[in-house]
Write a new protein. Structure first.
Length: 86
């Protein structure tokens, strides 16, 4: 199986997984702030959200440089693809 086929086959599963992970964690933390980081043991899930998308990176450390790059990507998506908004 080529890389493109395996990525597209898993897109729906992965895109549904993020909201499924974020909803109960937001309830447990009972914070009005959006969830921005999930500690999954040796891996961290860094999360940024906009009106049009949720960006997530699986990283091995919490670096501001990585956070800024993720935020810029999410902001780019929001600015260039406003039709994605629900």
């Amino acid at each position: 199986m080529n890389g493109e086929a395996s990525i597209s086959a898993n897109d729906d599963i992965f895109s549904g997984a993020l909201p499924a992970i974020m909803a109960p964690l937001s309830e447990v933390t009972s914070s009005s702030e959006p969830l921005r980081m999930v500690d999954a043991g040796q891996t961290l899930i860094m999360i940024e959200k906009s009106k049009v998308c949720i960006g997530a990176l699986f990283v091995n450390r919490n670096l501001n440089l990585i956070r800024k790059a993720l935020r810029k990507t999410v902001e780019f998506m929001e600015a260039h693809y406003p039709d994605l908004e629900n």
